[in-house]
Design a protein around this ligand. Sequence first.
Ligand code: ATP
Ligand code: MG
Length: 409
Amino acid sequence: MTDKILIINFEEIYLKGKNQKIFIKQLVRNLKRKLVNYKDYLNFSKAHGGSYFIEIIKEIPEKTLQDIIFKVKNTPGITGFYVADTAGITLDEIVKKSVAHAKRYSEEFDSFAVIAKRINKAIPFSSMDIARSVGSDINKKLDKKVDLTHPDFKLFIKVRGDYTLIYSKIIPGIGGLPVGTSGKAIAMLSGGIDSPVATFMAMNRGLHITVAHFHSVPKTSLKSIDKVKMLVKKLTDYQGQIKLYLIPVLEIQQAIAKHSDSRLRLILLRRMMLQIGEKLAKEEKAKALVTGDSLGQVASQTLENMKATEEATGMLVIRPLVALDKKYIIETAKKIDTFSISILPHDDACSLFTPKSPETKARLDYVKEQYTKLDVETLINDALKKAETVLITDNDDISNDIFINHIKP
Ligand code: ATP
Ligand code: MG
């Protein structure tokens, strides 16, 4: 018999009609990939009403269970889940296992309620019998009092076909939509605070993300690339596996510095970035670009500048942070655990290149005029020829050594 069962809940709203099938199929595919290292312990069962069951089919070390819980918790599409104990369908065993389950949480509650349900109607005792027997044992053995209206602790007992589920605390998930259900996008990731949050938010709306990072090595250090890899590694906690493109832009920067109005440098560079992003999108069958722009956050993030930048591409540019306060962005960065990486010192491709007084209200016709002075096509193709790709997954541990080497917080 199975030892434990993860009862996974998802947002009801997405479970209407034929979307339900697509949603669950993608969610299970994502979970299987993330949990591949633990597959000997697991049986991916099927949907039961609004829930999906993963059975733990043999005894599992606590550490391994915690690793699995971490992965499930961070899988987009899951609103929350229970780690249920299982028992047979005799009253004795149900009581024994229920008390053992409650005992594990006994530090956390004084009052409790038992909510019992019998789906298997053939068993010779009622839901009331279960609630009464379990309730009185918890009361006696753990010295807790029954409170049916405002209990600190709710113990759920469900007798299904030939087994019983016993569960209590819900572990909250991150919600959202399963990665992949909304299609694919290319996220532009710098080493800063904002773009990792934007990337996460896009993933959490069901987009499968490929990351593009632009660097100016050897003008900038290799450490800044390690930092980006660390950020991507962290983001694999959510998506499971991410392809990272590392694109050198030093030559593009030099061309821009040589041929154009210095006030427009950043805008011209961003235009090239978007156009490169567009080429990657074709390659990856992605339908949008994601950036971490936030309106008014820095003097250059104005409507005029955003327009003058995105005009370079015909692609949809998604800016999840556009209307969010910095405070909220930082809170989210902390929640998804990218903040501590983002604040590590680094030299980025843009800061070394920023003019003394960058344009804050770019005029589109002037930007376009300056842009045509550059041999855009050649510059972009050269950069792409020199681009490298790295596949980063949540399951390989060696990456830690590779990445942390150079960077000491
Ligand atoms: P971040 O905190 O993400 O660096 P920011 O507030 O510093 O953003 P900008 O430097 O104006 O803002 O960059 C705006 C957006 O352009 C970034 O959020 C990111 O999506 C993209 N971007 C900037 N620099 C790079 C880079 N070197 N590689 C990839 N994308 C970049
Ligand atoms: Mg930045």
